[in-house]
Design a protein around this ligand. Sequence first.
Ligand code: CUA
Length: 179
Amino acid sequence: MAIHSPANRLWWNERIEKQELIWILVAFVWGLIMFFAMIYWHIAGEQNLSNESYRVDPETYAETVESFTETYQVREEGDTGIPVVHPPAGSDIYMIARLWEWYPILELEKDKTYRLHLSSQDWQHGFSLQPSNINIQVHPGYELVVTITPDQAGEYSVVCNEFCGIGHHNMLGRIYVTD
Ligand code: CUA
């Protein structure tokens, strides 16, 4: 709002300066490029996977993860005895994020396809799979399902990349891919 009304009350009829017009065009074209880059990168970047999401009660999800873990556990690892789970190839597999762990450790087979379910029991965590650099936000109350086919054997780390409190930096998980 101007303090004094403009001298020419029909200011919107004035021609736009050529230089200003060029900048408007540049900004518009750049906006278009960035918009299509999002779509392109979703497909070509292989980091932001398409996922399905469902509403889920955090306690119900935790129970599902627990019974999945009990069924397919093959051993325990570390001082705290985190279960290592080897589910059948091609099955639905589960991981839960909570203060401050990813549970359980998964052991998968190379070149087999799995439906990976992710959810949180408490608040927001970030699933960051290293070194593949796949990133997924994990929220309580929502179950995300990502279809994955690990194509390289090895040891992968799951790093929490959403700040979730005092133990955030210790919130590490593990996925093994065997030949
Ligand atoms: Cu969980 Cu940071």
